[in-house]
Design a protein around this ligand. Structure first.
Ligand code: CMC
Length: 429
């Protein structure tokens, strides 16, 4: 079998042979297909990059048809069941599971970088009382570059390492403080005797008690949710991190861009949108009318559908199980009945079957977050904390990849040309 593509340009009759490598052709190879030497070569048009690979990556494997997700080759189901978030973070960043010494050193490093400079607290306090916590997180992560100006030395491996540690360590602190801010409560400093998830819960919920003791089932569920969100190959926010990172800016600025992308309702903001949707539907009786609205194009069933998964999102299955664990502690969220019935009806409906629309990671996660007493605005912050190791692993891969270039897509220009400028004075006369 010849690994190449023969292309015949019917405009000119010319034939070209283009190599196929790893199931792809190089878009640049199409540039040789031209009408004449004056015209630009053929390019591809791919809004939303639906069929364009932007990089080679050995971090996350997804088979959307079969519903498979693996980090560095390990199935998500096994990691969620047997590992913990910091071990998964190590795996994503370093490419391999840690030895005992490596694991202990890693956990120690992350734990001892959880504090932020006092001035960070100062400027976070300057946000409006009702600031969205994602806006606060995005701004404060971006601002970390000003506290660590050496982070711009992205060619130095030791320097890269310490910034990665800092970011994973400080995200919960910044996320928790943005939550406390909206409630007018004092910010809680990290407690380095606690695990990653317990410490986060302590910074979120601690009041006058000397030590905050999270329910271990809640801490475990949160840790699992972080694992499920830790990476998802070239999604919108990861692409934002890579795109911004390709300018060789420091990792805080690149990750801040990722947080901005995640904020949107079609991406990480979907879990917030799901909960608002479920509240709007309110009761099981209102579901058929809502589904009709979706089919008529007046509504979108948030938490359903995925660019890659054309089968069950494997993360949604694990989250459904985590729901049961959390509800054992908090009591069942009454919206669970609405969500389950909505899923049942949608999975039997021709509209959703035909389009291969299944529940995604965001369909049930919001219910857990609400049961944990997070306001919907905080949901995407939780997603961002979980996704940080993935963004950083992708950033690390990018900056070491010799094939990468500054991201700079082409466009098809559709505007006017060579107009003669008429001054304002003449136009308005
Ligand atoms: N509800 C109703 N119809 C839908 C939905 C939905 N949630 N998702 C897709 N469709 C329809 C869409 O209208 C289109 O129909 P038609 O062919 O008749 O025009 C068809 O399905 C294909 O959809 P698309 O918009 O071309 O698919 P996409 O790959 O561009 O979009 C998506 C993927 C996730 C943005 C989209 O499914 C969506 O908006 N879902 C709701 C938001 C959501 O849950 N997002 C979280 C994604 S998972 C977490 C993450 O990775 O961030």
């Amino acid at each position: 079998m010849t690994e190449s593509l023969t292309v015949r340009d019917n405009r000119t009759g010319a034939e070209y042979e283009i190599p196929i490598v790893d199931g792809t052709i190089k878009a640049a190879d199409l540039g040789q297909i031209k009408l004449n030497d004056e015209e630009p070569g053929l390019a591809t048009y791919d809004p939303g990059f639906v069929n364009t690979a932007s990089c080679r990556s050995s971090i996350t494997y997804i088979d959307g048809e079969k519903g498979i997700l693996e980090y560095r080759g390990y199935p998500i189901e096994q990691l969620a069941e047997k590992s913990n978030f910091l071990e998964v973070a190590y795996l994503l960043i370093h490419g391999d599971l840690p030895s005992k010494e490596q694991y202990e050193a890693w956990v120690h490093e992350i734990t001892f970088h959880t504090f932020v400079h006092e001035n960070v607290k100062g400027f976070m306090q300057g946000f409006r009382y009702d600031a969205h916590p994602m806006g606060m997180l995005m701004a404060s992560v971006g601002a970390l570059s000003t506290f660590y100006p050496e982070s711009s030395r992205i060619d130095d491996p030791d320097n890269r390492h310490i910034q990665i540690v800092r970011m994973i360590a400080k995200m919960p602190t910044l996320g928790a403080w943005s939550f406390r801010h909206a409630q007018g409560k004092p910010y809680v400093y990290p407690d380095n005797e606690l695990s990653y998830a317990e410490n986060f819960l302590s910074m979120l919920f601690k009041m006058s008690e000397t030590k905050y003791a999270a329910d271990p089932r809640i801490a475990k569920a949160l840790d699992v949710l972080f694992i499920l969100h830790a990476d998802h190959e070239q999604n919108c926010s990861t692409n934002a991190v890579r795109s911004v990172g390709s300018s060789q800016v420091d990792p805080y600025s690149a990750v801040a861009a990722g947080i901005g992308a995640l904020f949107g309702p079609l991406h990480g903001g979907a879990n917030e949108a799901v909960l608002k949707m479920l509240r709007r539907i309110g009761t099981v009786e209102n579901i058929p009318a809502f589904i009709e609205g979706v089919k008529n194009g007046e509504e979108r069933l948030m938490g359903f559908g995925h660019r890659v998964y054309k089968n069950f999102d494997p993360r949604a299955k694990i989250i459904k199980k985590a729901c049961d664990d959390v509800f054992e502690v908090t009591g069942v969220n009454p919206l669970l009945a609405v969500a389950k019935e909505l899923e049942k009806i949608a999975l039997e409906d021709e509209y959703f079957i035909k389009r291969k629309l299944y529940p995604n990671v965001d369909f049930y996660s919001g219910l857990i977050y609400e049961a944990l007493e997070f306001p919907p605005e905080m949901f995407t912050v939780l997603f961002a904390i979980g996704r940080a190791p993935g963004w950083l692993a992708q950033w690390l891969e990018l900056v070491q990849d010799k094939e990468q270039k500054i991201a700079r897509p082409k466009q098809i220009y559709t505007g006017p040309r060579t107009l003669d400028f008429v001054s304002a004075e003449e136009r308005w006369a």
